[in-house]
Design a protein around this ligand. Structure first.
Ligand SMILES: Nc1ncnc2c1ncn2[C@@H]1O[C@H](COP(=O)(O)OP(=O)(O)OP(=O)(O)O)[C@@H](O)[C@H]1O
Length: 333
């Protein structure tokens, strides 16, 4: 089991109100991603769940029991850190086995669990090496192995991939998603990278300044963001926000149009613009353009797009892809 519920969880550091009050339900077996900009409180929220920080107020329920005042070891959760936190003088086997040895497990049980985790993580050939002789991705897998053998109610990941290079990050992302599919254990994953959130999560929790801005499935946040913050944070490149008469025509303060929802024409359209930079990626092209009325905008076009700097173009938002926002930045239905 691994259902986690936060009830009015608050955290202050001295006079700093980092988490003013969060309510959240995480279902057993769910992959939940906490995402938000630097300093929004996502690591703090994870550390509160893990018990590495004490709550100022509120309840942390794991399978119906409030663990807010329990020691970390009593919560049945396993945390995987960005820094791996491996013991450099121990072999991979002993690093993975460490927690089990401390818990007084028998040699047979330890061997069986370590071998089984090593198999899942493709580490069988590396069990006798020390962490210094491993790649970053392999070290990360050892850290995950150490979490797996404890058979936790939930795995907690704190930006586990941010020390890895871009290609390895994509690989490890797939490995962790695959691991979740195999183990079906609750996972809470903290990242500032909305691409990781979109690709890995069953459920995304978008945080800003310690507040939950929106909770939902990745594609729901993409297609129905609750406000401008979520609209601008989820999706890449970022949504364009356009005010003025165009917004007034749609009965709102501002409209939001994603770069992939602007139709590009060299002949006619709603928004005249000048291409500043065209980034040709092969399958798609990012156009960074300037409009007299709306300023800098980004457009994502697919197919052949033989455009370059200073070309004059016209952009037309796809009607059914327009997001409408009021003066407070809240989405209008
Ligand atoms: N021990 C502490 N004492 C005082 N302030 C802290 C402490 N830990 C965190 N904070 C503050 O709480 C806020 C949230 O920090 P937190 O690390 O949770 O953010 P984050 O969203 O994980 O950011 P990042 O992506 O940069 O790690 C920040 O303003 C931070 O400076």
């Amino acid at each position: 089991m691994g259902a986690i519920r936060l009830e009015k969880v608050k955290k202050t550091f001295g006079t700093l109100d980092v988490i003013p009050g969060v309510d959240l339900d995480i279902n057993d077996g769910e992959f939940v991603v906490f995402v938000g900009p630097s300093g929004c409180g996502k690591s703090t929220l994870l550390r509160l769940i893990a018990g590495l920080e004490d709550v100022t107020d509120g309840k942390i329920m794991i399978d119906g029991i409030d663990v807010a005042n329990e020691a970390p070891a009593k919560r049945g959760l396993s945390m995987v850190f960005q820094s791996y936190a491996l013991y450099p003088h121990m072999t991979v086997f002993n690093n993975i086995a460490f927690g089990l040895k401390m818990a007084g497990e028998s040699k047979e049980v330890i061997n069986e669990k370590v071998q089984s985790a090593a198999k899942i993580l493709n580490l069988t050939d590396y069990l006798e090496r020390r962490p210094g002789a491993l790649s970053g991705g392999q070290r990360q897998r050892v850290a995950i192995g150490r979490a797996i053998v404890r058979n936790p109610a939930a795995f907690l990941f704190d930006e586990p991939l941010s020390n890895l290079d871009a290609a390895l990050r994509v690989n490890m992302r797939l490995e962790i998603t695959g691991l979740h599919q195999d183990l079906k254990t609750t996972m809470i994953y903290v990242t500032h990278d909305q691409v990781e959130a979109m690709t890995m999560a069953d459920k995304i929790v978008v945080l800003q300044a310690g507040r939950v801005e929106q909770v939902g499935k990745p594609m729901d946040l993409y297609s129905k963001p609750a406000n401008k913050f979520v609209a601008g944070f989820i999706g890449s490149p970022k949504m364009n926000f356009l005010g003025g008469e165009l917004a007034a025509k749609h009965g709102c303060h501002e409209i939001g149009v994603r770069p992939e929802h602007l139709v590009v024409s060299t002949e006619s359209g709603v928004i005249p613009a000048t291409v500043k930079i065209a980034e040709h990626l092969g399958a798609e092209t990012y156009l960074h353009v300037q409009s007299d009325e709306f300023g800098a905008m980004t457009v994502r076009a697919t197919g052949e797009m033989p455009l370059s700097g200073n070309d004059k173009i016209f952009l037309t938002p796809e009607q059914d892809r327009i997001h409408r926002f009021d003066a407070h930045g809240l989405a209008l239905g």
